[in-house]
Ligand binder design. Structure first.
Ligand SMILES: Cc1ncc(COP(=O)(O)O)c(C=O)c1O
Length: 394
């Protein structure tokens, strides 16, 4: 081992620790769910993106087992060599029809989808106009692309319009936003974005990872909730949150966009295809979402119950409606200490501090699931109230 490399890594880790930013992983020995076991202790889990409670569900495990029997474990190949099975085509057709679009392409993650979506479709002749708080995967995807990048202030439509005005000479203009922003759970103003895109002849990319499966009347996401499913040009999303919780992601768009992605996207040309068992489970989950509207209703009822309980208890939580509920603490050290203390109350939540969120805006991010019971949410409220008083937050 090269000593200089070893020492450089060690020094950087020491810096991370001194800055109080070192992340300790808590290791779960059970399936994902409302109850998890960490180091032999049972906890109520309130920090998974398990919005519909499907991760770890037995029906999904059974479908995965059947798919492994039929299609095997994996393909040892990228898509265009010998890595495409019937199940990949079936899933892509289903995703297209489920989202009411022409075509879809799957990836092994939404991260890979977001890496593909800019560099493949845009050149130096084009411009990307992007919300300042977009997800890291969108930011890295844009970095791989030669188009000019213009950043608009978070959800600020006047600033977006200014950037559209300033880029009139460009060939293509692509507006990019998360459907829901993961730190605050705030929902992008998608109708206003589409109106501006129409006016300035730009196109719109929405990463709906925190909304696909449960937002909107039929669970098609923030794009459906805003009434712009048919106006957004490209949707990217993950299978790793509400839609089963494993891996995988996709891009849904017009036939020509998807065809070009198959030809040119480096994260499909040079990396293995999605595991067939995940493709099969995702097909099942899309039907499951259609057949179980009560899960969405339960999720919204649970979210509302928790949010109003916290406001009543005197906590500051932003006014959004999303099951991501950031409990604002302010000081990063207090947020982390409080999240650790929550473990003693049998509750698993995580504190977020600088640089993940702006300085002074540390929070404990709670994520509600359809599978939480009222009793469990009451336990969460009781624990927050107890510790909120201890740390003089309320
Ligand atoms: C908005 C958003 N986009 C993309 C991703 C990446 O998804 P995946 O885990 O499928 O790579 C995440 C995951 O945290 C996300 O929150």
């Amino acid at each position: 081992m090269n000593d200089l490399l070893r020492q450089t890594c060690h020094d950087t880790i020491t810096e991370i620790k001194h800055a109080g930013l070192y992340k300790n992983q808590r290791v779960i020995s059970t399936r994902q769910g409302t109850h998890v076991t960490v180091a032999g202790q049972d906890y109520l889990n309130f920090c998974a993106n398990n919005y519909l409670g499907l991760s770890g569900k037995q029906e999904l495990v059974d479908i995965a087992k059947q798919a492994v029997e039929q299609y095997g474990f994996g393909l040892s190949s990228v898509r265009f060599i010998c890595g495409t099975q019937t199940i990949h085509h079936e899933l892509e057709q289903k995703l297209a029809s489920w989202f009411h679009k022409e075509a879809a392409i799957t990836f092994t993650s939404c991260w890979d989808a977001n890496e593909a979506v800019f560099a493949t479709l845009l050149t130096a002749a084009d411009a990307i106009i992007t919300d300042e708080l977009n997800h890291a995967s969108l930011i890295d995807g844009m970095r791989l692309c030669k188009a000019d990048r213009h950043i608009f202030k978070h959800m600020d439509m006047a600033d977006l319009e200014q950037q559209l005005n300033d880029t009139q000479t460009k060939r293509l203009r692509c507006i990019v936003t998360d459907g829901v922003f993961s730190m605050d759970g705030d929902v992008a103003p998608l109708k206003a974005i589409c109106d501006l895109a129409d006016h300035y002849n730009a196109y719109v990319v929405v990463d709906d990872s925190h909304a696909s499966g449960f937002m909107g009347a039929t669970g098609r996401g923030a794009v459906e909730q805003a009434g712009v499913l048919n106006r957004v040009d490209i949707i990217t999303t993950t299978f790793g949150k509400a839609l089963g919780g494993s891996n995988g992601g996709c891009i849904i768009s017009s036939a020509s966009v998807i065809e070009l992605l198959h030809q040119r996207a480096r994260t499909t040309l040079f990396t293995n295809s999605l595991s067939p068992m995940i493709a099969a489970v995702t097909m099942f989950v899309l039907d499951y979402v259609d057949q179980h509207p009560e899960l969405r209703e339960q999720l919204w009822a649970n979210t509302d119950y928790f949010r109003s309980g916290m406001i009543q208890a005197g906590f500051t939580v932003p006014t959004s409606v999303h099951p991501i509920v950031p409990v604002m603490i302010g000081d990063g050290k207090i947020a982390n200490a409080m999240a650790n203390d929550m473990l003693n109350e049998g509750i698993y939540v995580i504190g977020f501090s600088h640089p993940v969120v702006p300085m002074g805006k540390a929070r404990i991010r709670v994520q509600i699931s359809a599978s939480h019971t009222t009793d469990q949410i009451d336990q969460l409220l009781t624990a927050f109230t107890k510790l909120g008083k201890k740390y003089k937050i309320i």
